[in-house]
Design a protein. Structure first.
Length: 437
C-alpha cells in the first residue's frame, strides 16, 4: 500500500481504471484514457490530405474490386488523409490517432457498419444455411430499378435514390422487419452513413437477390458521438441481429466477444470509463506504439510489425487468406487482461508485490505473450467495403454493363480546427473490368 501511494497520480489512475471526461453540448462524451500522454506529446500538425477520387486509396479499391471506371461517389470533392500502410478506413483512423497521438471521434453508425460487414461475410459464406432467416423464396430473385434520365458516367446521376429503391424492394421481399433491424437509425447518422448501411444490406442479401439497374429511357481523447440511447440501441440491435439472423454457433461465439465490448461504450455514459480497456483497442505486433521497443530492435522495426492485436479484432470475425479464401479470425475472442497493455518495462508498476515478493493482480507472462502470437495480419484484413453487383442495361445503346455498388470506410477524416481523426464513410459506383479470355 505504501508503494502504491508513492506512485505518481497517472500511474494510480491507470491502475484504478480512472479517466477524466466531460460531456459536450450535444451530449457526446469526450474522455482522456492516456494519463501518461502529456500536452507536449499530443499532435498539433494537420495531416496532408488529397481528393478521394485522386487518391491511392481509390486506386487500391478499384484494383481490389476489379473496377475500371468510376461511375458515382458520395462527394466528388471529398478530401481524405493521404495513405498510410493500411487501406481499411476505420483501422487507419484509430491507428493514426493512437500511434501519432491525435484525438479520435467514433459514432455508433461506424461500429454498426463494421458489424454489418462481418455479418455480410458470414451470410455470403453460409447463404443456404441462413436462407430461411432472410427470405421465403428459393434461388435468386431479380430486383430492378429503372432510371430513364441517367447518362452513364454523369456526376448528376442520383445513385442515392437508386440505392433507396433497391432497399425498398429488399424490404418487401425479405422476412418482416429484416431491413428494419439492419438499418442505421442512430441520431448521429447522416445521409452518407445511411446509404453506406443500405449498401451493406445489399451486400448481405446478394446471395438471395440479383440487382439490375436500367438506364437510358464512399488518442489523446476519444469522443463518442450521440446520446446514451444510441449506444444502447446499437447493443440491442446487435444482440437481436445475432439472435435472429445468423446460426446459433456463430451467434454465440461472436456475442461472447462483441457484446462486452459494445457494453463498454455504454459504460462511458454511465461514468464508468476503463482507460485500460480503451488503450487496448489496437496494438501492432503486441506493442502499444512505435515509441516502445525491443531492447535489441529499432523502434521502426517494432512499429512495422504486420499484425494488429487488441479488442478491435472483435469487429472482424472473418479475415482473408490469400486473395479470395475467407477464414475465421482467431483473435476475435472475448476481451481479457491478456489484451491489456502490459509489457516488461512497466511490469513492476502494475504488479504490487507482497512481503514475500509474490506478484499479484495481473498475469504478466500471459499479457506479454498473447499479443506476440495473435492478431489480424494487415494483409488479411477486409478492405472495409460492402459491395453489391448490379447489371446495368442501357436502352439507348442496347449494351449491358456489370457495375459494382460499393460503400463503407473509404478513408480517414480530420477536423481542421481540433485535428480530431474519424473514419470516413462513403460510397462509389464502378464498372467492372471485362475479362479477356
Amino acid at each position: 500500500n505504501m508503494l502504491f501511494e508513492a506512485l505518481p497520480k497517472p500511474f494510480k489512475d491507470l491502475y484504478n481504471h480512472k479517466c477524466k471526461y466531460h460531456v459536450n453540448d450535444d451530449n457526446s462524451i469526450t474522455f482522456y484514457p492516456s494519463p501518461f500522454l502529456k500536452n507536449d506529446k499530443i499532435a498539433t500538425k494537420k495531416l496532408d490530405k488529397e481528393l478521394f477520387i485522386d487518391s491511392n486509396q481509390l486506386k487500391y479499391f478499384k484494383e481490389k474490386l476489379n473496377i475500371s471506371e468510376l461511375e458515382g461517389v458520395d462527394d466528388w470533392n471529398c478530401n481524405i488523409i493521404k495513405k498510410s500502410d493500411n487501406y481499411h478506413g476505420f483501422i487507419r483512423a484509430i491507428e493514426i490517432a493512437f500511434f501519432q497521438h491525435y484525438p479520435i471521434s467514433i459514432k455508433p453508425s461506424d461500429l454498426w457498419l463494421l458489424i454489418l460487414q462481418g455479418i455480410a461475410f458470414h451470410v455470403n459464406k453460409n447463404s443456404e444455411k441462413l436462407r430461411d432467416k432472410y427470405v421465403y423464396h428459393k434461388s435468386k430473385k431479380s430486383l430492378e430499378v429503372i432510371r430513364q434520365g441517367f447518362i452513364k458516367g454523369s456526376k448528376k446521376n442520383d445513385y442515392n435514390s437508386v440505392i433507396n429503391e433497391f432497399i425498398e424492394q429488399i424490404d418487401k421481399n425479405t422476412i418482416p422487419d429484416t431491413v428494419k433491424l439492419l438499418k442505421n437509425d442512430f441520431t448521429t447518422s447522416n445521409n452518407i452513413d445511411d446509404i453506406a448501411t443500405k449498401l451493406c444490406i445489399m451486400d448481405i442479401c446478394q446471395c438471395y437477390f440479383s440487382y439490375r439497374m436500367i438506364i437510358g429511357c464512399g488518442f489523446p481523447s476519444i469522443t463518442l458521438n450521440g446520446i446514451k440511447d444510441d449506444w444502447i440501441n446499437l447493443y440491442k440491435k446487435c444482440e437481436e441481429l445475432l439472435n435472429t439472423k445468423v446460426d446459433g454457433k456463430f451467434s454465440e461465439k461472436w456475442k461472447l466477444s462483441l457484446l462486452p465490448v459494445l457494453n463498454e461504450f455504454i459504460n462511458v455514459y454511465n461514468c464508468k470509463i476503463d482507460c485500460v480497456f480503451w488503450n487496448s483497442m489496437i496494438k501492432r505486433g503486441g506493442f502499444m506504439s512505435g515509441i516502445l521497443r525491443d531492447r535489441n530492435k529499432d523502434a521502426r522495426d517494432v512499429y512495422e510489425r504486420d499484425h494488429y492485436c487488441g479488442w478491435i479484432n472483435v469487429f472482424f470475425p472473418y479475415l482473408f487468406s490469400g486473395n479470395t479464401d475467407i477464414i475465421e479470425n482467431d483473435a476475435c475472442v472475448p476481451y481479457s487482461m491478456n489484451q491489456d497493455y502490459v509489457y516488461p518495462q512497466r511490469s513492476k508498476t502494475f504488479c504490487m508485490n507482497d512481503d514475500n515478493n509474490n506478484s499479484d493482480n495481473i498475469d504478466i507472462e500471459s499479457a506479454i505473450s498473447f499479443p506476440s502470437r495473435h492478431g489480424a495480419r494487415v494483409s488479411s484484413l477486409p478492405i472495409g467495403l460492402s459491395q453489391a453487383p448490379v447489371v446495368c442495361i442501357d436502352l439507348n445503346t442496347n449494351q449491358t454493363y456489370d457495375l459494382i455498388f460499393a460503400a463503407g470506410f473509404t478513408g480517414v477524416q480530420q477536423d481542421d480546427r481540433t485535428l480530431t481523426i474519424s473514419p470516413q464513410v462513403g460510397w462509389f459506383i464502378g464498372q467492372k473490368e471485362k475479362k479477356i479470355i
